[in-house]
Design a protein around this ligand. Structure first.
Ligand SMILES: [Cu+2]
Length: 136
């Protein structure tokens, strides 16, 4: 789950930012912010170069059921759950899972994959929602 630590770092950065600017420690805060920014700010530029693949989950259905992705390339899967209930993207072979409340969109970043077909499913609707990621 490479996206989570980054989001956490950004959130911490934002909170520190607000607190420091509101205090008497503003000059020291500014210096600390520059330091923090240099630590926290590097990864997003790289992250935004990633190809993004879209998956829609809706009431036990996957659209599309076969996701074509570039092989040997880090990519982002953007999953949207249109509901009405919760959905869970799960792939045992890729060791990924992501729970989505109705109406929610979340991202998952995948490490480069060898060419091949990898199964995934909606754990809340395993009878109807069976898909695969095809890396080419
Ligand atoms: Cu699960």
């Amino acid at each position: 789950m490479p996206a989570l630590p980054l989001d956490f770092a950004r959130g911490t950065f934002t909170r520190l930012h607000r607190r420091l600017l509101a205090s008497d420690w503003a000059p020291i805060g500014a210096a600390a912010l520059v330091l923090l920014a240099s630590i926290c700010w590097t990864p997003p530029a790289r992250a935004d170069d990633m190809p993004t693949i879209e998956l829609l989950m809706k009431d036990g259905r996957l659209h599309p059921e076969a996701l074509e992705v570039p092989a040997n390339t880090r990519f982002r899967l953007r999953v949207r759950n249109e509901g009405p209930g919760a959905a869970e993207f799960e792939s045992l072979e890729l060791r990924k899972e992501l729970v989505l409340a109705p109406g929610v969109t979340r991202n998952l970043v995948f490490a480069p994959m060898k060419p091949g077909s990898y199964k995934f499913f909606d754990e809340f609707h395993p009878d109807t929602a069976q898909g695969r990621i095809v890396a080419k």
